[in-house]
Design a protein around this ligand. Structure first.
Ligand code: ATP
Ligand code: MG
Ligand code: MG
Length: 386
């Protein structure tokens, strides 16, 4: 059979491998860690940093096709591999999505609605940006941020003085964007293959806690028009960027029904993990199919509703103690990580049910520390606040 090489060894790679093996593929992974989530289920593993050209050659030699499972990889390395073997996702998509400024520019030139923003390279730029965009806003590093890291909320001018001064001296590229008073966070994962075939998964609604995804609800409760609109926007992004593979499009739904794109991820997305248990085809299988030139399969839901809850490092002990008493309507997925650091994604559980309120009630009883507040519950269930 064909061998697929994977740059990156996290849980996204792991779940892609588990799905790809069902289709008969072999897998070789490359990651600096010996015992990473993906290497545990791969056929072969290369322990190497992402700037190791020799290792990249080795990966290319052993593989028929290569994919990446996260966006913080040096595009030079991917370009080097592209010269040896097909990398259908491509280095161009990577260099756009790993840089917020390039990503915003790509979205704006594709006529995708986004929040007003300015590029910031100095203290003076920031002053001007705040004057033009307004307060409140969010200052974000252009590269390297995830789970809200590398982000600072600006509620008042005083907040500017409290920023770590190193963010300017290190010659970072930053962006300042308007704080969006969204009513919901929505995301859509879209798969596209080299033939241009496109399949979008149902739009979902996401709830974050401390800037980390806590819960995903599928299908996302929202007005029918918003549902159609979100799907159409995501497909537009996939077509404009000529994606091969997956693109996850994070959006803000505003009170008046407008949808603004927040950011993109050129890979499987945490908010798409529910597809493993709740859809005809998972996002991981769709990725494998797209990069291998197979036709895409149906992304349709096979359960009326699904709720996915992340299991973080701080939840692990309690969750594992309760493994024998988990709700029978759910599926647990552990990522094989040993070090349960606070905020680290260790696994997830998906609850399948006939109705959203039933799924939410079950999800709310999971042995993680935080149950939903009444306000959170209302915000999720409401189709709109108008
Ligand atoms: P991820 O873990 O999704 O990659 P990230 O660190 O790359 O996150 P964003 O997705 O841009 O960063 O922001 C994290 C969260 O912070 C968003 O999901 C949203 O809840 C909030 N947020 C970010 N930007 C804004 C904004 N302009 N207005 C309001 N809320 C925002
Ligand atoms: Mg991000
Ligand atoms: Mg995000």
């Amino acid at each position: 059979g064909q061998t697929i090489g994977i740059l990156g060894g996290g849980q996204l790679g792991r779940m892609a491998i588990l799905e790809g093996k069902k289709l008969g593929y072999r897998f070789v992974t490359m990651d600096p860690a010996e015992d990473c989530p993906a290497s545990q289920v791969a056929d072969e593993h290369i322990v190497a940093r992402y700037d190791d050209q020799e290792a990249a050659h080795k990966l290319a030699q052993k593989s028929d096709v290569i994919l990446y499972e996260f966006e913080n990889i040096d595009p030079h390395l991917v370009r080097l591999i592209e010269n040896l073997k097909p990398v259908p996702q491509g280095s161009r998509l990577l260099s756009i999505t790993q840089h917020r400024l390039k990503e915003k520019q790509a979205l704006a030139s594709a006529n995708i609605p986004i929040a007003p923003y300015r590029a910031v390279h100095s203290q003076e730029d920031l002053q001007a940006a705040i004057q033009e965009v307004g307060i409140p806003g969010v200052l974000k590093t252009a590269t390297g941020g995830y789970d809200g890291k590398g982000q600072w909320r600006i509620h008042a001018w005083e907040d500017v003085k409290r920023l770590p001064q190193t963010i300017f001296t290190e010659n970072h590229s930053l962006i300042y964007e308007q704080f969006v008073p969204f009513i919901k966070e929505v995301s859509v994962v879209v798969a596209r293959n080299s033939e241009g075939d496109i399949e979008a998964f149902p739009p979902v609604v996401n709830l974050h806690r401390h800037h980390i995804l806590h819960m995903t609800i599928a299908p996302g409760p929202m007005e029918a028009e918003s549902f159609v609109h979100a799907k159409r926007l995501a497909i537009q992004v996939a077509e404009q960027l000529q994606i091969v593979g997956l693109i996850a499009v994070e959006m803000f739904l505003l009170q008046d029904g407008r949808l603004w794109v927040n950011e993109l991820a050129p890979r499987p997305h945490n908010s798409g993990h529910y597809t493993l248990d709740a859809c005809v085809t998972s996002q991981f299988e769709q990725l494998i199919r797209a990069v291998c030139g197979l036709p895409l399969q149906s992304p349709q839901l096979i359960s009326p509703t699904a709720v996915m809850v992340n299991i973080l490092g701080e939840h692990v002990q309690k969750f594992q103690a309760e493994m024998g008493r988990l709700p029978s309507q759910g599926k647990v997925h552990w990522y094989g990580k040993t070090e349960a650091k606070r905020g680290r994604k260790m696994g997830h559980m998906t609850i399948l049910a006939e109705t959203l309120s039933e799924a939410l009630n079950i999800a709310d009883q999971l042995p993680i520390w935080s149950s939903l507040t009444e306000a959170e519950k209302q915000a999720i269930i409401a189709k709109s606040t108008v």
